[in-house]
Ligand binder design. Structure first.
Ligand code: OAK
Length: 820
């Protein structure tokens, strides 16, 4: 139990907050009001630790990490905070005494979904680990008014519903108006002379007031509370009629509108660059505010701006925050009047960049006309960075214009953000070993050759506190009973579970827990989808964003193939299997949305067909998000990690499944490679082309999906069902686009860009191997337990320690609480 926690005080605090906020007694309260009152009471406990943490940071004059990210996919805070103050048991008891169930109260909280998928969730796991390890850090981002849309499935189609997560307020956040700053857009740059030196001033601009909201990030049982700082935008001048008189009416309206629109909504694109002007505004908005504030904070208790990098480090979460490089330069040059070389040295010793994808469509390239119009002073600085960087390239490769062209920051009318990030950072890292190797040898080869010392790998991780301790309480308790609770803060200890994999009784206990978790998920599915699924069937799960490279299509095509086999031979020897999908598609991504429709169309036909004896069920879980993810991982038998090799930078869902005892059915892609290395190839089902083979085909050609279509009648039958109305009798042409994508050369792309038909047979074989393996329950239990036991490497605590050791160089801080 937390030091600062006392049951009676807590109960009083709940009652007090209920009265104070809602003018109600607990008996009169709705469950939602009860959630709020409990959340405020928990915040009361956290607040003292929060204050103590920041006092300690100041006292020790610590070096601070700023994790700059457009996305933080936090998920619900209440349950996690209660766990991390180590008071779950006590809070549960207090609520029971008041007549409430903690789980039901937790369910009242909206999922803060200020992120799309992997990149945003990674940021959230990192914050949890940083606080738990006691490292001084801020997450800096945007307080989007609307987060990731909620997904409804209507008639099999995805419908996007706005996510008004702030509707009832957020009890954990604190508005910090005292740290508001101004952020300027547009206008032009004027040069004036001052003390014999040029000075650049931006004139005729529009501006907004950036106001931070702080959320506590509670470390596990260590009194450390860090801060997620998300910025809201407000109009600089409240609208006044005076401005009408002064002829500034138009400008006042524009500033008002700019503030409103800038933080309105999270762009729902994952691994995809859309090039929207508003998105660039969002980027500069939160970066300018965060960097200004970091510099100001540093100067509050330091004299010498030249040593800024000794106390501050900025981690750029992909290229989205890259304007931090020219923004820090701007502040150093224009506000602190440093020379270029000194400013550049400080900047490049402060910034570090993480790459999260090699998908070319995700590369950010802003048109120069847009960029320079919106950020005129920043653009000037980027031009100078580019000029000097090109000089460096020429120095290194005299006369080699190809190198200059391939590495330039400004090229072909565009600002290449990845190149700016690499030039402006002292560290460049990928997120899994294979991914980093591909960066070094393919995508960023030229940069690696010129600056090999910058490149390093940091294999991703996940927090076991949310994805096992909170998400899977049955397994968590059982593990703790067997081997003690060290794994909660030191996941490699979980290896002590390995010997139990040999013990029949432990295997039985483990499988019983898995079964109970499957019953829990089955109940969720019944409640939300109205579908009955059999918890004794194999739960075969693919949950992640919908993207062609992740190949949900290959999964559902294989279900169609199995269904055909069963129709031909209803007595086919096959274990009952429930295929579970969960995925949001970007609102404008047509083919991804059509794939969702296909999955639901197949579900519709298969689930209703009594002739197959319930051997296949297909379930599409609506609105996949952090809170239901916790339930899904806990219940999975098979983890589908089937991206085209080389395309998935790391994946982190794969780690969450492993931690919960699901076996990986996957390609040798991203972190799957390392998962299999840890768990043992014999405890996973690997299939498909290697990344080298994929890359070779992409470079040299030589793959023709039509050959497969012509020679493999079962595959042909499945594909024909896409265009003969088998799953869409009312509109036989419905899935024509998917059919075409697999067989017909598209305008620029090769047919079957992601090698679905090429890998299909090998995938089918791997799936039938899982079916065979599941028949031997003892074997399966052992393999599943070994997956759990070998998951130690994949804690984000390990990842963070590596970032600290190689990049951030932070010191651990201990926080002692004064006696209450
Ligand atoms: C999103 C937008 C732009 C660029 C990358 C992303 C993204 O989410 N990438 C994902 O990052 C995860 C965390 O590193 C990886 O595990 C995923 O493989 C990667 O797709």
């Amino acid at each position: 139990m937390s030091m600062g926690f006392d049951k009676e005080t807590f109960k009083k605090s709940v009652l007090f907050n209920m009265k104070n906020v809602f003018r109600k007694t607990v008996e009169e309260a709705t469950p939602e009001q009860m959630y709020q009152a409990v959340a405020y009471a928990v915040k009361d406990v956290i607040i003292d630790e929060w204050i103590a943490t920041h006092k300690e940071y100041e006292k020790q004059d610590v070096k601070t990490l700023y994790y700059l990210s457009m996305e933080f996919l936090m998920g619900r805070a209440l349950g996690n905070n209660i766990i991390n103050i180590m008071s779950q048991k006590e809070v549960k008891e207090v609520l029971e005494e008041l007549g409430f169930d903690l789980n039901a109260i937790e369910d009242q909280e909206p999922d803060p979904a200020l992120g799309n998928g992997g990149l945003g969730r990674l940021a959230a796991c990192f914050l949890d680990s940083l606080a738990t390890l006691g490292y001084p850090a801020y997450g800096c981002g945007i307080r989007y008014r609307y987060g990731m849309f909620k997904q409804k499935i209507e008639n099999g189609y995805q419908v996007e519903v706005p996510d008004n997560w702030l509707m009832n307020g957020c009890p954990f956040e604190i508005r910090r108006a005292e740290y508001a700053t101004e952020v300027k857009f547009g206008g032009h740059v004027n040069t004036v002379w001052e003390d014999g030196k040029e000075r650049f001033v931006q004139e005729g601009y529009q501006s907004v007031r950036a106001v931070p909201y702080d959320m506590p990030i509670v470390g596990y049982g260590n009194n450390v509370v860090n801060t997620l700082r998300i910025w809201d935008a407000e109009a600089i001048n409240t609208f006044s009629l005076d401005s009408f008189d002064r002829g500034d009416y138009q400008k006042a309206v524009e500033q008002e509108n700019l503030a409103k629109t800038i933080v309105e909504v999270l762009y729902p694109n994952d691994n995809h660059y859309a090039g929207k002007e508003l998105r660039l505004k969002q980027q500069y908005f939160f970066i300018s505010a965060s960097v200004q504030r970091a510099v100001m904070k540093y100067m509050e208790n330091h004299e010498d701006i030249h040593r800024f990098h000794e106390k501050n480090v900025f981690q750029l979460n992909d290229t989205h925050p890259t304007v931090a490089v020219p923004e820090l330069m701007r502040i150093l040059l224009d506000d602190y009047r440093l020379g270029w070389d000194e400013a550049w040295e400080i900047t490049t010793k402060t910034c570090a960049y993480t790459n999260h994808t090699i998908m070319s469509e995700a590369l950010e390239k802003w048109p120069i006309d847009l960029f320079s119009r919106l950020l005129p002073r920043i653009y000037q600085i980027v031009e100078e960075i580019n000029r000097r960087f090109q000089e460096k390239i020429e120095e290194r490769y005299p006369g080699n214009q190809d190198k200059v062209r391939s590495m330039a920051i400004l090229y072909d009318g565009q600002v290449r953000m990845a190149h700016l990030a690499i030039a402006g950072s002292f560290s460049v890292n990928g997120v899994a070993r294979l991914h980093t190797e591909i960066l070094k040898n393919q995508e960023l080869k030229d940069f690696y050759e010129m600056m090999p010392g910058k490149f390093n790998n940091k294999t991703n991780g996940i927090t076991q506190r949310r994805f096992l301790l909170h998400g899977n309480p049955l397994l968590a308790e059982w593990i703790t009973k067997k081997i003690g609770g060290d794994w909660i803060v030191d996941l490699p200890h979980i290896r002590r579970l390995a010997p139990y994999a040999e013990d029949p009784k432990s295997r039985q206990e483990f499988m019983d827990i898995k079964y109970r978790n499957k019953v829990r998920l089955a109940a969720y599915i019944k409640e939300h989808n109205g579908i009955d699924v059999d918890p004794r069937s194999i739960f075969d799960v693919q949950v992640k964003r919908l993207h062609e490279y992740k190949r949900q299509l290959m999964n559902i095509l294989h279900v169609m193939y199995l269904y055909n086999q069963l129709k031909d031979n209803p007595y086919m020897d096959m274990l009952p299997r429930t295929f579970i999908f969960g995925a949001k598609a970007a609102a404008g991504y047509k083919r991804a949305k059509l794939t969702i429709k296909l999955i639901n169309a197949v579900a519709e036909v298969v689930n209703r067909d009594r002739s197959i004896g319930g051997k296949i069920k297909v379930v599409f879980i609506e609105d996949y998000k952090v809170s239901n993810a916790e339930i899904i991982f806990a219940a999975a038998d098979v983890s589908e990690q089937i991206s085209t090799a080389s395309k998935e930078a790391s994946g982190t869902g794969n780690m969450k499944f492993m931690l919960n005892g699901a076996l990986t059915l996957g390609t040798m892609d991203g972190a799957n490679v390392e998962i299999v290395e840890e768990a043992g190839a014999e405890n996973a089902f690997i299939f498909g082309m290697s990344s080298d083979e994929v890359i070779r085909y992409e470079k040299e050609g030589g793959y023709d999906p039509m050959e497969i279509f012509n020679s493999d009648s079962e595959i042909r039958r499945v594909l024909m069902q896409l265009i003969n109305g088998y799953y869409s009798p009312e509109d036989p042409e419905l899935f024509r686009d998917i059919y075409n994508s697999l067989l017909n050369t598209q305008s620029s792309d090769r047919a079957d860009t992601y090698f679905i038909l090429k890998d299909f047979r090998s995938y089918a074989d791997a799936r039938s191997r899982t079916d065979q393996a599941y028949r031997d329950e003892a074997w399966w239990a052992k393999a599943a337990m070994l997956n759990v036991a070998c998951s130690g490497k994949f804690t984000s605590d390990r990842t963070i320690e590596e970032y600290v050791r190689d990049i951030w160089h932070l010191e651990k801080v201990k926080v002692e609480l004064e006696e209450p």
